[in-house]
Write a protein that binds this ligand. Structure first.
Ligand SMILES: [Zn+2]
Length: 341
């Protein structure tokens, strides 16, 4: 087995992946046609071409607009997990979705979440891949809209919905705006995470931990600018869900060998690798491992650490986590011995 194949095939858990960023381009075209929605292009290859966070968010909204019926959400959730398994040996994912992106268009929250759960359960049945859901606050929403979203999540909550997160452009809308939404989610029993320190200072990580009560940090790259925050993260055993390709494209680290993920690993932080918005960035969870580990010359032991970090940082309950960890550990050992052979 060559090393790229090994990287692609090692068993993976993904903690940072947005449902709306996993839609196959061909499925967007198909759904748009069915619902009579005009796209800027029907050329599947060029649908996902953009270079800025603003361009990305525009396409993100457009793709979401093609998701209308419960069946649409179910289809995309299933396909997205199927892609993860096929392209990266995905075992489990904790997947973000943005409720207000859909409810604002008049799609009821129940349609969104019931559709997602249909797709997830079908993937578990057919493919053996498990998935849980994290509802994301969209930072360009108002604090009241975010709070109302949390209330609707708590009012209609299948077992698969386990957490609250937060995404959208970070610099203009700092985390403290959404303290009330996070407090309500915590009181309602949801686990908490947030995108932070992707294009904003390390203080945002501290705010997410201390004010919002977050248990994980999504991205976190600028943490290296503040050694006190690094020390805090090490002391807390904090997990970071890092996304090489997406940030390389949008935030200007095109050379992965110089991406801050390398510095975070060197500092001893608990880094996990993730695909973020895979179809929108022409990537997948397998390719993320191949590209980053090749660029930074990481050997099998570091790869193993990435894989197991993701299990350890997941929000599966203790018995599920132990079972998945043992299964992945055995598969990793077998694959490492095949690599040597
Ligand atoms: Zn993200």
């Amino acid at each position: 087995m060559d090393y790229a194949t090994f990287l692609r095939r090692v068993p993976k858990v993904e903690l940072h992946c947005h449902f709306e960023g996993t839609v196959r381009a061909a499925t967007v075209v198909d759904l748009a046609r069915r619902h009579g929605i005009a796209l800027p292009t029907e050329d599947v290859e060029s649908l996902y071409d953009y270079d800025t966070i603003e361009g990305f968010l525009t396409i993100f909204g457009l793709v979401a607009s093609t998701l209308i019926d419960r069946e649409d959400f179910a289809r995309v959730a299933f396909e997205s997990l199927e892609d993860g398994q096929k392209l990266g040996n995905l075992k489990h994912r904790e997947m973000f979705f943005n409720p207000t992106l859909h409810t604002r268009r008049g799609v009821p929250y129940g349609t969104v979440v019931d559709g997602l759960v249909d797709g997830i359960r079908e993937a578990e049945r057919q493919l053996g891949v498990s998935c849980r859901l994290i509802a994301d606050v969209y930072r360009q929403d108002t604090p009241d809209e975010a709070l109302a979203m949390v209330e609707s999540v708590l009012a209609h909550r299948p077992d698969e919905v386990i957490g609250l997160g937060m995404d959208g452009a970070e610099a203009p809308d700092p985390p403290e705006r959404f303290a009330a939404a996070f407090a309500r989610a915590k009181a309602g029993g949801l686990r908490l995470t947030s995108h932070a320190c992707e294009d904003a200072p390390p203080q945002n990580i501290v705010t997410c931990l201390d004010l919002l009560g977050c248990e994980r940090i999504d991205h976190g790259y600028h943490i290296l600018a503040d050694e006190n925050v690094v020390k805090r993260a090490l002391d807390d055993g904090l997990y970071f869900t890092c996304c090489p390709t997406a940030t390389a494209r949008v935030y200007g680290w095109p050379d992965l060998s110089r991406h801050p993920i390398g510095g975070m690993v060197a500092a001893g932080l608990n880094v996990t690798l993730n695909s973020d918005d895979p179809t929108m960035f022409h990537t997948d969870i397998g390719k993320e491992f191949v590209d980053l580990c090749t660029a930074l010359n990481y050997g099998p032991e570091q790869v193993r650490a990435f894989c197991l970090n993701s299990v350890d940082g997941s929000w599966l309950d203790a018995s599920e986590k132990a079972r998945l960890r043992a299964h992945m550990d055995a598969e990793l050992k077998r694959m490492q011995s095949e690599l040597v052979a």
